[in-house]
Design a protein around this ligand. Structure first.
Ligand SMILES: NC(=O)c1ccc[n+]([C@@H]2O[C@H](COP(=O)([O-])OP(=O)(O)OC[C@H]3O[C@@H](n4cnc5c(N)ncnc54)[C@H](O)[C@@H]3O)[C@@H](O)[C@H]2O)c1
Length: 470
C-alpha cells in the first residue's frame, strides 16, 4: 500500500496502561474483541477524566476538532493518529493542518502534555484506523464520509466512545451499518456525538423550544433548506498517482467518498428540517418520499469528478408528520446567489433559522433570538465536545448516530432522486442496501468509478440513470 509506514499494524501494539484506568469498559475492550465481552464490562466508570484519545483523518476538520476535544477535558491525551496519507500526518503547520500544527497549537495554549503521539503511534494507510482505535478510549473521526460506517462500526465493536463528523454514510449499506452499530453502542453504554453542530448551537436549541414547547408557529406545514455556496477545491492530478490516489485526494468530487455535495454540506440544513419536523431531538426523523431535479450545468470540467453542481429536491414526510414538504436546494456555481439557511412555515408563523426570527404571516416579528446581554454564544464546535465529556463523566446516555444516519441518508435519498429523476420511496432505498464502496482498499486497487478515454467521468443523466434497486 502506498505511503504506508512500516509501523502500521492491524494488531494493537502494547502501550502504557492508562494512569488511573479511566474506563473499565474501554480498557477491557482494548484487550479483547467486543463479541467476547459481556455488555456490563463496557459500563463506564463515572467521575474520572483520564482518557486516551485517537484521531482518524488528519485533515482540516480534525486538526481543529482534536483541539476542541482536548480542550473539553484536561485529562485527555492524544495518543495515536491515523491518516490514509503520510503527508497529511506530516501536515503543514503554516496551513494549520497535520500533527505539527496540532502540537504547536496545544503548546500555544499551554496544553503540551496532552500531545503524546510519538512517530511509533502515527499510522498511514487504509487500515491505519484499526491500530488507533485499538489503543484509545475515545476516537475523533473526520475522514471522507464514505469510510464513516466502517470506522464507526469498528470503534463500537472495540467499545470506544466516538466523535464523528457528518455525513455518516453515502449509501444504503452504510446507513444500515451505522444504525446497527448505534444499537450496539447503546448496549455497551458508549457515548456518540456527530458533528451536526447546529444541535449544539443556542439559536437552534431556543428556536426548537419556541416551535415545540411555546407553539410559536402553530402546526408545521412546510420547510425549506438551502446550501448555495462556492465551488469546492480541486487537487491537480500528479504523475505517478494511481486512479485511486487521485480520487482519494479529490474525495469531494466522487460519490463513494463524499456522497455528492447534497450529502457532504447540505446535510446540515436537511438535518435541521428532519429535527424540527420530527420534533425528536434524540432519534431524529426522515421524509418518506423524494423527487427532484439537478445536474452539472456549470463550467467545472468533467475531467474533475462525477458530482452534480446543483440539486433541488422535494422531500415529503409521512402522515405522522402531517405529510409536510421540505424543499431543499444546494448549488455550487460561480456568480449565483449564496445562501445557507433553513426556514420552517407553520399555520401561525414562519421561523427563519438564519436570522433566528419568527414572524407571523404578515411579517410582524413574534420572536427574535438574542445572545445573553454582553456575551457571545458558545462555539457549537466546542460545545459538542464539552457535551460528549459531560455525558461520559455523568454516565448519561448520548447517541447522535441515529439522527446523524437518518439525516445523512436523507441527503443520499435526495441524490438518488435528482440522479434518477424519479419519485422514490425511503423504504425501498433503505431495503435495497445498495453499496457504492469499493471491495478492496489500497492505493493500487481498482477505483469504483473510472474516467472514459477522454479523461471525463460519467455524470448521471436524469431519466436514464438507473436506481440501484431497479
Ligand atoms: N461539521 C462541520 O462543520 C464540518 C466542517 C468541515 C468538515 N467536516 C467534515 O469532516 C470530514 C473531513 O473533512 P475535512 O475538511 O477535514 O477534509 P480533509 O480532506 O481536510 O481531511 C480528511 C482527511 O482524512 C484522510 N483520510 C481519507 N481517507 C482515510 C481513511 N480511510 N483513513 C484515514 N484517513 C483518511 C485524508 O487523507 C485527509 O487527511 C468530512 O466528512 C466533512 O464533511 C465537517
Amino acid at each position: 500500500m502506498m505511503n504506508e509506514k512500516p509501523s502500521t499494524s492491524p494488531v494493537a501494539p502494547a502501550i502504557e496502561p492508562s494512569r488511573r484506568g479511566f474506563i473499565a469498559g474501554a480498557a477491557a475492550a482494548t484487550a479483547a474483541t467486543a463479541s467476547t465481552l459481556p455488555v456490563e464490562l463496557f459500563a463506564q466508570v463515572a467521575g474520572s477524566d483520564e482518557i486516551k484519545v485517537g484521531m482518524i483523518g488528519c485533515g482540516g476538520r480534525n486538526s481543529g476538532a482534536i483541539i476542541q476535544n482536548l480542550t473539553a477535558n484536561d485529562g485527555a491525551r492524544l495518543v495515536a493518529v491515523a491518516d490514509a496519507f503520510q503527508d497529511k500526518l506530516d501536515g503543514s503547520a503554516a496551513r494549520g493542518k497535520g500533527l505539527p500544527a496540532i502540537q504547536a497549537q496545544l503548546e500555544k495554549e499551554g496544553k503540551s502534555k496532552q500531545f503524546d503521539v510519538p512517530s511509533s503511534r502515527q499510522y498511514a494507510g487504509f487500515d491505519a484506523y484499526k491500530a488507533v482505535i485499538d489503543q484509545c478510549d475515545l476516537v475523533c473521526i473526520a475522514t471522507p464520509p464514505g469510510f464513516r460506517p466502517i470506522h464507526f462500526e469498528y470503534a463500537v465493536q472495540a467499545g470506544k466512545h466516538v466523535f464523528m463528523e457528518k455525513p455518516v454514510c453515502v449509501d444504503a449499506k452504510g446507513f444500515n451499518q451505522v444504525i446497527e452499530a448505534a444499537k450496539i453502542a447503546d448496549q455497551k453504554n458508549l457515548k456518540v456525538v456527530v458533528g451536526l453542530q447546529r444541535h449544539y448551537q443556542n439559536v437552534y436549541l431556543e428556536a426548537f423550544k419556541q416551535v415545540h414547547e411555546a407553539g410559536a408557529i402553530g402546526e408545521i406545514v412546510s420547510a425549506q433548506a438551502w446550501w448555495n455556496g462556492t465551488r469546492p477545491w480541486i487537487i491537480p492530478r500528479e504523475a505517478g498517482w494511481s486512479e485511486m490516489e487521485y480520487q482519494m485526494r479529490n474525495w469531494y468530487h466522487f460519490n463513494w467518498l463524499c456522497g455528492d455535495h447534497i450529502a457532504e454540506q447540505h446535510v446540515h440544513n436537511i438535518d435541521v428540517i428532519n429535527w424540527f419536523v420530527s420534533g425528536d431531538s434524540a432519534m431524529g426523523g426522515n421524509p418518506v418520499i423524494a423527487q427532484g431535479m439537478g445536474g452539472r450545468a456549470g463550467t467545472e470540467p468533467r475531467t474533475v469528478g462525477e458530482i452534480f453542481d446543483h440539486h433541488y429536491v422535494e422531500f415529503r414526510f409521512g402522515p405522522e408528520h402531517n405529510n409536510v414538504y421540505m424543499n431543499s436546494q444546494c448549488r455550487h456555481q460561480k456568480g449565483t446567489m449564496s445562501k445557507v439557511a433553513e426556514e420552517i412555515v407553520g399555520t401561525e408563523g414562519i421561523l427563519q433559522l438564519g436570522s433566528g426570527r419568527i414572524t407571523d404571516h404578515k411579517g410582524n416579528v413574534k420572536w427574535q433570538y438574542r445572545t445573553e446581554r454582553g456575551k457571545a454564544d458558545p462555539n457549537p464546535y466546542q460545545v459538542e465536545h464539552d457535551e460528549l465529556y459531560r455525558h461520559i463523566r455523568e454516565n448519561k446516555p448520548i447517541n447522535n448516530a441515529y439522527y446523524g444516519a437518518k439525516s445523512s441518508f436523507t441527503s443520499v435519498f435526495g441524490r438518488l432522486a435528482t440522479y434518477s429523476g424519479k419519485e422514490i420511496k425511503w423504504d425501498d432505498a433503505v431495503k435495497s442496501n445498495f453499496s457504492i464502496m469499493p471491495e478492496n482498499f489500497a492505493m493500487d486497487a481498482e477505483a469504483p468509478v473510472k474516467p472514459g478515454p477522454n479523461g471525463e467521468y460519467a455524470i448521471a443523466i436524469p431519466g436514464e440513470w438507473p436506481l440501484p434497486w431497479g
